[in-house]
Design a binder for this molecule. Structure first.
Ligand code: AMP
Length: 503
């Protein structure tokens, strides 16, 4: 038995002196140097007592060192849990206890804040700085620059990614070696990545998008990454001429569009812009094409399934859609029993394929609720499929508003509001209402100059929407609450506005 994931990502296809990471200070780390450090990390994990199948929790700054620990974990057969750097000690305590982590690695600056929690949870805590400092960094430095690669089967677990858990407890999605490998292979092929690419990487790497999509695709293709700590429009504009591809969340695209320096000349060297993790407005897609001449390629996936659909590289990249099922992935739009609906009808998206996770760690009931016996995963996303297989996401099933017994799909209302003059964006939610069960509420961000008014929005919608879909309350805000992946936090808005109609 061999370790196919390790070989595919870190095998001999990587050049020795070819550059892998181009860092903000202009330094570059070669593939060979990275692999040597990864082997040291594998050695350090073993010395720290971790055996294949054990878990290491990582709350680390985005850095080459963090990627090297991940590579070392894959090499040593250790399961890794990348955790959001924003999590508090109390939140971390849940993840490391739930996962029964054998080691927690954190930035040296966090030692004081985490020591008490780690000792209460009974988990050894070691430090690793972005510059290789910290006791774990030092331990790794004493290890050989080559390490044995642990054999792993496709079904062996590679990583736990905890879902963001806007409702209820966060769940540990178990991703196998086979899950990660199949998606990396398919995406690199579908998006035509080669070693001639340079990927501009400004996403976090504790999330599926920045780690299993962006990083794994670059690795499997042998392409270097311009590795930015976070998205900064000025930096991205400075670096775009050195890149050939960028993967981003929709806010990357809207923020870049807001900058007058974005034009055809700046993006002339680019081969591909990809968007995902949250809906890209059709308007943004069109504006991007008008300004740069590039049609953004939008794709759709989630923590539990990796990527499911993508617009085609060659062919019709359809604005407002997330494209068609990736090769090897089955996608269908179903009623609540799992029966497929006729094309064009709104239903729940279900997916099956080698990309779909192994279930939620130690939550067999939750797993059974969402993963059918026949292997289809109930995504919880509502969408439609066109006659030729293009999927359009309408929203999360839990965001569906049921007012007076009628279904209201937030996206339908949001699209109309967003198209009105003076509106920047909007979020439509349902809040409890004594008569209707739920009432439609719109939270709207207007443009700075000549912004829209509540009255103008109300009047405009009257002619366009059935009465039950019209917002019973419209609220103007300076911005919408978003998480780090650019997703609008509707649960937060619902909580804030829950008493709007209480009697
Ligand atoms: P996460 O597990 O954090 O990656 O979130 C996954 C969810 O993000 C999906 O279930 C969708 O609701 C949403 N999502 C991802 N990509 C897209 C997209 N291209 N358009 C709309 N929603 C998306």
């Amino acid at each position: 038995m061999i370790n196919h994931l390790y070989d595919a990502l870190f095998g001999p296809h990587l050049g020795r002196d070819t550059s892998f990471l181009i860092l903000p200070d202009g330094r570059s780390i070669s593939h060979a140097a990275f692999l040597a450090r990864a082997a040291q990390m594998a050695g350090a994990l073993r010395v720290a007592g971790l055996r294949p199948g054990d878990r290491v929790a990582l709350q680390l700054e985005k850095s080459a060192e963090m990627l090297a620990v991940i590579a070392g974990a894959i090499q040593a057969g250790v399961i890794f849990l990348p955790l959001n750097t924003a999590y508090t000690p109390a939140e971390l305590s849940y993840f490391i206890t739930d996962a029964e982590a054998r080691l927690l690695l954190a930035d040296p600056s966090r030692m004081g804040a985490l020591a008490e929690m780690a000792s209460a949870a009974g988990v050894p805590l070691m430090s690793l700085g972005s510059d290789g400092t910290g006791d774990f960094g030092m331990l790794a430095a004493t290890q050989p620059e080559r390490s044995a690669t642990e054999p792993r089967a496709a079904s062996d677990l590679a990583a736990f990614l905890y879902t963001s858990g806007t409702t209820g407890r966060s769940k540990g999605a178990m991703l196998s070696h086979g899950n990660l490998l199949s998606n990396a292979e398919v995406l690199a092929r579908e998006w035509r990545f080669t070693r001639a690419d340079v990927l501009l990487h400004a996403l976090p790497i504790f999330h599926t998008h920045g780690l299993f999509v962006a990083t794994n695709v670059a690795l499997i293709a042998g392409a270097p990454m311009i590795f930015q700590p976070k998205f900064d429009a000025d930096e991205v504009i400075r670096l775009l001429p050195q890149a050939t591809a960028m993967m981003g969340v929709p806010t990357f695209y809207t923020r870049l569009l807001a900058d007058p320096r974005l034009d055809r000349a700046l993006t002339a060297h680019m081969r591909l812009f990809i968007s995902g993790s949250a809906p890209l407005l059709a308007e943004t897609h069109r504006d991007w094409e008008a300004r740069t001449g590039h049609r953004v390629l939008e794709r759709y996936g989630m923590t539990e399934t990796n990527m499911n659909t993508s617009n085609p590289y060659e062919g019709d990249r359809r604005a407002g859609t997330v494209g068609i099922a990736l090769p090897g992935v089955e996608v269908k739009v179903c009623d609540t029993t799992g029966a497929e609906l006729p094309r064009g009808e709104v239903g729940v998206i279900e997916v099956r394929g080698p990309n779909v996770f192994q279930g939620y760690w130690r939550m067999p009931e939750k797993t059974r609720e969402e993963l059918r016996d026949d292997g289809f995963f109930i995504t919880g996303d509502l969408g439609t499929m066109s006659a030729d297989g293009y999927v359009t996401i309408v929203g999360r099933a839990k965001d569906l508003v049921i007012s007076g017994g009628f279904n209201v799909y937030p996206k339908e209302v949001e699209e109309l509001i967003d198209a009105l003059p003076g509106v920047l964006e909007s979020a439509v939610i349902g809040v409890p209402h004594p008569d209707f069960g739920e009432a439609v509420v719109a939270v709207v961000v207007s443009e700075a100059q000549e912004g829209a008014t509540v009255e103008a929005i109300r009047t405009a919608l009257q002619g366009q929407l059935a009465k039950f879909k019209q917002p019973k309350h419209i609220e103007m805000r300076a911005e919408l609450p978003r998480n780090t992946m650019g997703k609008v936090q509707k649960a937060l808005l619902r909580a804030e506005l829950k008493d709007l109609f209480s009697v």
